[in-house]
Design a protein around this ligand. Structure first.
Ligand code: FES
Length: 323
């Protein structure tokens, strides 16, 4: 079987698909992750729930409906669905003697929350749901900054660019990310990890063969699933900023993102006054770019992501062999 360059069976997994704070009992939240169109909301007990964003009656998106008493009512003919089971709980104008047929059910997905993210199991069978949640590795211990968006870059290209040129996707206040890799890509569990040198802006870039970068950007990109973990470290590998970005394929070659990150309480020697001043004012130490500059992206050489593609192909081949 010939594998597409970026082919990978990623669906059977928990995916962080939204920030917990974005899922409410007031307004349904539509999201697309890994190609699944979902609508999220909270039921009357406050639990996050997820349904396929499609009414089983006439295929209208359920996300344009409204939440009533913890259930989701379709905007078109008013059928109402339970978020936890997907079953249709009410149809307007149904006679008392009539029963809602079981087949009129929306697809409900298993949902779990952790570390400020709502996770949805996107596997074919809900019975298979299990294992660790991708955001469990993210344990904030400082002031958090967060956001969500959809970027005009295909999902696998986004992950590849996160290895080849994170400077096209992320900005750290006052920091210039260099093209100098501090070692090769290395596997770490489900991730491929790469360190690159970083310097404070306004200083001379060091020659590529001198290892005197005051900062390190460590990028961990998943082989399966969409949890990207990024750390800005001092040269002594003390954490300065931790950032967890959930990514998944949206429609037409775009990528859904939601992220949380925080500033560590690390004393950063050599940081410019500007950096310290901005931190005292509580400004975000990083930005996940919501508009990607095509020129900047095209300028990034395809290097570490070649190993990424090979690792994905090995992973995929092993999965197919085991199936
Ligand atoms: S399309 Fe949803 S109730 Fe008819």
């Amino acid at each position: 079987m010939k594998l597409n360059k970026f082919f990978c069976p990623t669906t059977d997994a928990w995916w962080a698909v939204a920030l917990s704070g974005a899922v409410t009992d007031k307004k349904p939240l539509p999201v697309v992750f890994d190609g699944h169109e979902l609508v999220l909301f909270r039921d009357s007990a406050g639990a996050a729930v997820a349904l396929e964003d499609r009414c089983p009656h006439r295929r209208v998106p359920l996300s344009i409906g409204r939440i009533r008493e913890g259930h989701l009512q379709c905007a078109y003919h008013g059928w109402t669905f339970s978020g936890s089971t997907g079953s249709c709980t009410a149809i307007p104008n149904l006679d008392e003697a009539e029963r809602v047929p079981d087949r009129y059910a929306a697809r409900a997905y298993p949902v779990r929350e952790a570390s400020g993210f709502v996770h949805v199991w996107l596997g074919a069978s809900a019975d298979a749901a299990g294992g660790r949640l991708p955001a469990e590795v993210y344990r904030p211990a400082g002031r958090e900054f967060m956001g969500s968006t959809v970027v005009s870059l295909a999902y696998r290209e986004y992950l590849a660019a996160m290895l080849d040129g994170p400077q096209a996707l992320l900005e750290f206040d006052g920091v210039r990310l260099t093209d100098f890799f501090l070692g090769d890509t290395r596997p770490d569990g489900n991730n491929l990890v790469l360190d690159r040198g970083a310097v404070w802006k306004g200083r001379w870039l060091p020659p590529a063969f001198v290892n005197d970068h005051p900062l390190i950007l460590r990028t961990a990109v998943p082989l399966v699933g969409g949890a990207i973990h990024v750390q800005l470290l001092t040269a002594q590998e003390l954490p300065v900023v931790t950032l967890h970005i959930a990514a998944g394929a949206n429609r037409r070659g775009t990528t859904s993102l939601c992220w949380r990150g925080y500033l560590h309480d690390t004393r950063v020697h050599g940081a410019p006054l500007r950096w310290r001043h901005a931190r005292m004012l509580g400004r975000a130490p990083f930005q996940v770019l919501t508009t990607i500059n095509g020129l900047a992206l095209a300028a990034v050489l395809v290097q570490p992501s070649q190993q990424y593609v090979q690792a994905i192909s090995r992973e995929t081949t092993a999965k197919l062999a085991a199936a």
